[in-house]
Design a protein around this ligand. Structure first.
Ligand SMILES: Nc1ncnc2c1ncn2[C@@H]1O[C@H](COP(=O)(O)OP(=O)(O)O)[C@@H](O)[C@H]1O
Ligand SMILES: [Mg+2]
Length: 243
């Protein structure tokens, strides 16, 4: 299996506070890796370093073999290969659903309008949103908006999808429809690195669960191991607190 993402020894400080303290983590093609850990453990910062929103102080990140932490790389070209969805949907309110989904295809990838539209409609159909293509985001529920954000992230066929707490801002009854879409993406072979508090979902969908504490990768393994037979006392304590 080839590593889509190969994170080696990354460190990050905010002022004097060490937020990532030497993280090594590989994500392979078609793998779903779930980051868990208390608030403030560094999950979002780790995802932001991959998307080049935050610069690492030390270490390297390889995306399909390319060192994207090399200051000479073109950050926009790197980001064009990564799909990102955050907690808040960040859709453009003045664009329709379909325009939101096809914006990058048209402006960044320079795909012809008809092709971008067909691909956008196909992805919206996969997300169960074909009938919403001409709506504006404020006409949609939070769950629908987040599914549009996922559609926008996958329509350009990124090498990896980064999902950061994508259900945390949703009413509980809307969480399921968004997680169902992630399950569908996994089944269709997407490579996913995601942070979530949804432990039942992590157990069901993760190929590997990674536990972070204070910017340290404490333990990782298949969900059965992490949830049923954690080896590190910090993992045991974290799970005891949240489960
Ligand atoms: N831009 C920033 N400036 C200063 N400190 C930050 C910044 N972003 C995050 N932090 C701090 O870094 C730590 C890790 O935060 P974060 O990566 O958001 O954790 P998580 O996503 O696991 O909750 C926290 O202590 C947080 O306060
Ligand atoms: Mg976070």
């Amino acid at each position: 299996m080839s590593a889509v993402l190969d994170i080696r020894g990354i460190r990050k400080h905010f002022g004097a506070v060490p937020v990532l303290q030497g993280i090594d983590l590989a994500v392979h093609e078609h793998e779903v890796v779930v980051l868990i850990g208390a608030s403030g453990s560094g999950k979002s910062t780790l995802l932001k370093t991959i998307n080049l929103i935050e610069q690492v102080d030390d270490g390297q990140i390889f995306l399909s073999g390319q060192d994207i932490t090399d200051p000479r790389v073109n950050a926009d070209r790197v980001r064009a290969q990564i799909g990102v969805v955050f907690q808040h949907y960040n859709l453009f309110p003045h664009l329709t659903v379909l325009e939101n989904v096809t914006l990058a295809s048209r402006k960044v990838f320079k795909r012809p309008a008809a092709q971008a539209r067909d691909q956008g409609m196909a992805v919206l159909a996969r997300m169960g949103l074909a009938d919403k293509a001409r709506e504006y985001p404020d006409r949609l529920s939070g769950g629908q908006q987040q599914r549009v954000a996922i559609a926008r992230a996958v329509v350009t066929d990124p090498r990896v999808l980064l999902l950061d707490e994508i259900t945390s801002a949703l009413d509980p009854q809307l969480v399921g429809e968004v997680l169902d879409v992630v399950t569908e993406l996994k089944e269709s072979g997407s490579t996913i690195l995601m942070a979530t508090h949804e432990m039942a979902f992590a157990r069901r969908v993760a190929d590997r669960v990674v536990f972070l504490k204070d910017g340290v990768l404490v333990e990782q393994g298949p969900p059965e191991q992490i949830f049923d037979a954690p080896r590190h006392p910090d993992t045991v304590a974290f799970l005891a607190r949240i489960l």
